[in-house]
Design a protein around this ligand. Structure first.
Ligand SMILES: [Zn+2]
Ligand SMILES: [Zn+2]
Length: 203
């Protein structure tokens, strides 16, 4: 979209993210993102050689490690998906639309290449929210149970798909590398001070 705004996003109160736009910003944030991924891989390697029991007890829950391919699905099981590639980026989006759609403080997003993602069961229904990035943000949910499963796509073909981390069969490996749309974040929404924060998109 040439002007980057649709007629539905003219209201200044109605701000939304469009996660795919982060592809464009990836050049700017690449050092952070890349070093984040390198750190993640180092952590995986070192943790694989370590006894996990101690950290599991400390945090009260067990962190596991990403295995490719990985799978997930909605709450009722009508939707199942598989991804055969490593995530491009992981982040939390705190925009109001993500709050509404997740009924929580943020959407935990795992961005993967579109060609590596496929549904193995069921068909998603889509809800569109206006995006300040471009056009409309396409959100996929289960028509049976209402679980929000995907985001970050557009009306036209997108190069990437965002998976909501809570739908992963093993969500414990989700490791956000940044917080976006923190201008919309709620006061009760506690964030990790160690990762970069952006009012909307990264500059
Ligand atoms: Zn379902
Ligand atoms: Zn959002």
């Amino acid at each position: 979209m040439a002007n980057g705004r649709s007629s539905t996003s003219t209201c200044p109160q109605r701000r939304d993210c469009s996660w795919e736009i982060l592809h464009d910003y990836r050049k700017c944030v690449l050092p952070t993102v890349e070093s984040g991924l390198i750190l993640l891989r180092k952590e995986i390697q070192s943790d694989q050689n370590r006894d996990h029991d101690q950290s599991s007890r400390k945090h009260g829950r067990k962190k596991t490690f990403m295995k490719i391919p990985f799978a997930g699905g909605c709450a009722c099981g009508a939707i199942r998906y598989e991804c055969t590639a490593e995530p491009i980026l992981m982040f939390k989006c705190h925009c109001r639309d993500c709050q509404k759609l997740t009924s929580g403080g943020f959407a935990p997003a795992v961005i993967v290449p579109a060609q590596a993602f496929r549904l193995t069961r069921g068909q998603l229904r889509y809800h569109f929210t206006p995006s300040i990035g471009r056009g409309k943000h396409k959100r996929g949910f289960c028509p049976e149970c209402g679980s929000l499963v995907t985001g970050g796509e557009f009306e036209e073909q997108s190069k990437s798909v965002g998976i909501l981390a809570g739908t992963l069969d093993d969500p414990s490996w989700f490791q956000p590398q940044m917080d976006i749309f923190v201008s919309d974040a709620q006061p009760w929404d506690q964030m990790d001070p160690a990762i970069p924060k952006f009012g909307q998109y990264p500059p």
